[in-house]
Ligand binder design. Structure first.
Ligand SMILES: CC(C)(COP(=O)(O)OP(=O)(O)OC[C@H]1O[C@@H](n2cnc3c(N)ncnc32)[C@H](O)[C@@H]1OP(=O)(O)O)[C@@H](O)C(=O)NCCC(=O)NCCS
Length: 394
């Protein structure tokens, strides 16, 4: 069976809120956030009737409560897609949403369906990381992984140990650039157009959630230097050089290139290839390096062919080792996260993968000079995820 070309037609996300009672989505259900995004994709793409969507795939790390009951199916029903639309949910922690995208794209590529929605949602306020998981005690008693592997911030401290030349000051400097880039992108109106406003109930009554809550444009090196290091006494990882704990949803509309042509809709990105790779759980932030090497090799490309990279910055140190490995310029390479990254926007686990693709969709529309681009992220318990995209707006 020959694989068909799969294209991304559109993508949208909610604002990313801060997790917890002060967060803008505290009184909002996770599945309603997924529904808001699906309905907006349908509204923005009138040539795609709801009954044409055949598959709805959603990533979520915690699949219970308002993220339970097979989100892919429940959100399709709640969003008013046809009863005939099938759906399922996947979990690959931080890369859950990217896995939903590559799973749905693979279905389209093999002709199992023509049009799919793929997204990710995480309400880390309702579902704190790992809160209800019961890790097998053998992980620790049999020393299969170190205790550090279960706390992501500690895995970032381990990366600082592994690469002692990457100092706390470098992590802070990287984070400062990230915040500045995000502030500039907001000032230029580049972020607002990727966000679907959502009316939510808050302590102040009904309000519209249309901006990310986490960015800190006022960030300075001095402010960063004074922050606590919650994962290790006198460590290197701080709230300022980490992604945060957030609530959000994001999704893409995918279809075969043939279907897009038939409907007269514009395919904006083509999935060129993807790969996932495992690394030691204690250094999970290393994951994007082998995943990227594998994805590049299998796509017949080299890093020099990639004009734009959207990387999920779980922690600054993890982004810096990637830059070092692939020869990107520290602290700010024009090819990497030009609008800033998760240190500013936040990282609602499974929602982050599609968020990266949405950034590419918007950036590449103005970059006809870039043919290939990449989304990459690290994954808890030691994985990396990389997808390579071809810019069709050239
Ligand atoms: C690092 C972490 C523990 C911090 O959590 P938190 O304490 O709730 O974070 P906050 O946003 O309240 O920030 C803590 C403090 O740092 C300050 N701060 C954060 N970023 C700052 C910045 N850029 N500049 C100045 N101060 C900053 C806050 O103002 C706050 O100060 P306060 O205590 O005086 O109010 C949490 O964000 C975390 O666990 N991140 C990693 C998430 C993760 O593992 N994801 C999965 C990846 S694989």
């Amino acid at each position: 069976m020959k694989a068909r070309d799969v294209v991304v037609v559109d993508g949208i996300r909610t604002a990313f809120g801060k997790a917890g009672e002060k967060g803008i989505f505290w009184n909002t259900r996770a599945d309603d956030m997924a529904v808001r995004v699906i309905r907006e994709l349908m509204r923005r793409n009138p040539k795609v009737a709801p009954e044409m969507v055949e598959e709805n795939v959603w990533g979520a790390t915690t699949q219970e409560g308002d993220q339970g009951l097979t989100l892919g199916r429940t959100s399709a029903l709640l969003a008013g897609l046809s009863d005939s639309c099938s759906g399922f949910s996947v979990d690959r922690m931080c890369a859950g949403g990217l896995t939903a995208v590559t799973a749905a794209a693979s279905e389209v590529a093999l002709g199992a369906c023509d049009i799919a929605i793929a997204g990710g949602v995480e309400h880390m306020g309702h579902h704190p990381m790992g809160a209800t998981a019961v890790p097998n005690p053998r992980f620790l008693t049999d020393r299969l992984v170190s205790e550090d592997a279960l706390v992501m911030g500690k895995t970032a401290e381990n990366l600082h140990d592994m690469f002692p030349e990457i100092t706390k000051e470098m992590a802070d400097e990287y984070s400062l650039y990230c915040q500045k880039k995000t502030a500039r992108a907001y000032a230029e109106g580049k972020i607002q157009k990727m966000i679907v406003p959502m009316t939510v109930y808050s302590k102040e009554g009904w309000v519209v959630a249309d901006r990310d809550q986490q960015p800190r444009p006022e960030t300075t090196m001095e402010g960063l230097a004074g922050l606590k290091t919650p994962f290790r006494i006198q460590g290197n990882v701080t709230p300022g050089n980490s992604s945060g704990l957030n609530d959000g949803a994001s999704a893409l509309l995918l279809m075969s290139a043939d279907k897009a042509a038939e409907l007269g809709v514009e395919g904006r990105l083509r999935l060129k290839g993807y790969a996932y790779a495992g690394v030691k759980p204690e250094i999970m932030g290393y994951g994007p390096i082998p995943a990227t090497k594998k994805a590049l090799e299998r796509s017949g490309l080299s890093i020099d062919d990639i004009g734009l990279i959207e990387m999920n910055e779980a922690f600054a140190v993890q982004a810096i080792i990637f830059m070092k490995e692939f020869g990107l310029k520290f602290p700010d390479d024009p090819r990497l996260n030009p609008l800033g990254g998760a240190i500013a926007f936040g990282h609602p686990l499974a929602a982050s993968g599609p968020r990266l693709v949405i950034h590419l969709l918007n950036e590449l529309a103005e970059r006809p000079d870039v043919r290939y681009a990449m989304t990459t992220m690290c994954v808890g318990l030691g994985q990396g995820a990389t997808a390579i995209w071809e810019n069709l707006k050239r």
